[in-house]
Design a protein around this ligand. Structure first.
Ligand code: GTQ
Length: 356
């Protein structure tokens, strides 16, 4: 807190002596820090940032010749928010990274209390196995590894595969509830055929006596093919949100809530020529461009940034920073994720549209 100028230096000295004295008793004066703790609106250490895939792809591939997936356990380049270097986070609450699996490799099985999402950026045909079931991953698929489920990844194709990992690592860190263990073998045994979970839980049907054991969706791969088709059908009604275009959220079919308890996941279509209105929300959001190109204006006035993006680029908008999406030259499809479900459950989430 900035000191008021008219305070007698002798008083300030007395206070300082007092602070030193109480400091020795594990006490501190709130009034010196109050206005940095309880602030008028979010002022995040998280900065807006963009990673252009064509600029970083070479670095990702280079990692493939420096270390194996087995040695690394997970061969990932962390998307480090430039406002929080060294903290392995892309927003204050969430982690993101780009994971590479080369042909023939296996990232060995483990489990942890952190929940993870995979969003497939490049390649096709590698798999993730989650608690006894494999799913084959294609570009644009959204795959979940729920908290405390065994998971390993493998690539039996002849091409490298890259996906974005999104995890709630900083949330789990704040709450000090990280647990993890390694499976005794690289790959876990499989109990069910590929596609079982999607058929069983993701077809508008549920097993008749189904009772959810966890808050995470039992569907663990939401294929892009289906999502894209749904967007394409919905666009025909021509109902566009002025800020988001056509935006959907991934849900857990067993309870209608977000597919993951700590991470909200979304897909949006911006039709060619879209010029979005100003929007902000209290959930810092990570965007991954699936199709097309465009730009996002970040902030207001002369300091506004312009993020030009295209397929496979990743960008992040911090909490409460106004932004506008534009797709002047092509349709664009963008995946995004944030900590919105956590904020909503706690009654904290806010958004505002237009010039508010
Ligand atoms: O695939 O399990 O990017 O545990 C970071 C931590 C991926 C994973 C990451 C992980 C994983």
């Amino acid at each position: 807190m900035t000191q008021r100028p008219n305070i007698d230096p002798a008083v300030l000295q007395q206070r300082k002596a007092y602070y030193d004295k109480i400091g020795g008793h594990k006490l501190a004066p709130l009034w010196e820090v109050l206005h940095g703790l309880v602030i008028k609106e979010p002022k995040s250490a998280c900065q807006p940032a963009i990673w252009h895939y064509d600029e970083i792809r070479g670095f990702i591939m280079e990692a493939g010749s420096l270390i194996t997936a087995k040695e690394a356990e997970r061969r990932v380049l962390v998307l480090e928010n430039p406002g929080m270097p060294g903290q392995s986070r892309i927003t204050t609450a969430l982690y993101a990274g780009l994971q590479l699996i080369m042909p023939g490799e296996v990232a060995p099985s483990h489990r942890h209390t952190q929940s993870a999402l995979r969003f497939i950026v490049e390649g096709s045909g590698a798999y993730t196995a989650v608690d006894g079931e494999k799913t084959i991953m294609e570009e644009g698929d959204f795959v979940i590894t729920p908290s405390w489920t065994w998971h390993d990844h493998g690539n039996e194709t002849d091409k490298p595969m890259v996906w974005m990992d999104g995890l709630d690592i900083p949330i789990v860190q704040t709450l000090d509830c990280s647990f993890m263990e390694r499976y005794p073998e690289d790959s876990q045994p499989l109990a069910r055929p590929v596609g079982d979970a999607l058929a069983r839980y993701g077809s508008g049907l549920l097993p008749v006596d189904y009772e959810a054991a966890t808050p995470t969706s039992p569907v663990f791969n939401y294929p892009y093919r289906r999502t894209r088709e749904a967007l394409e059908t919905m666009r025909r009604s021509n109902e566009w949100d002025p800020c988001h275009g056509l935006k959907v959220q991934y849900v857990n079919p067993a309870n209608g809530e977000s597919a993951m308890p700590t991470i909200g996941t979304f897909m949006q279509l911006l039709p060619k020529g879209f010029a979005g209105e100003r929007y902000r929300s209290s959930d810092a959001t990570v965007f991954s461009v699936v199709e097309g190109e465009g730009y996002t204006l970040v902030g207001d006035g002369p300091e506004a940034l312009r993020f030009d993006w295209r397929k496979r680029d990743t960008f992040v908008i911090p909490s409460w920073v106004p932004h506008r999406h534009h797709a002047p030259n092509s349709d664009a499809v963008i995946f995004s994720f944030s900590d919105r479900p956590v904020q909503k459950k706690l009654g904290l989430w806010r958004e505002s549209r237009g010039n508010r």
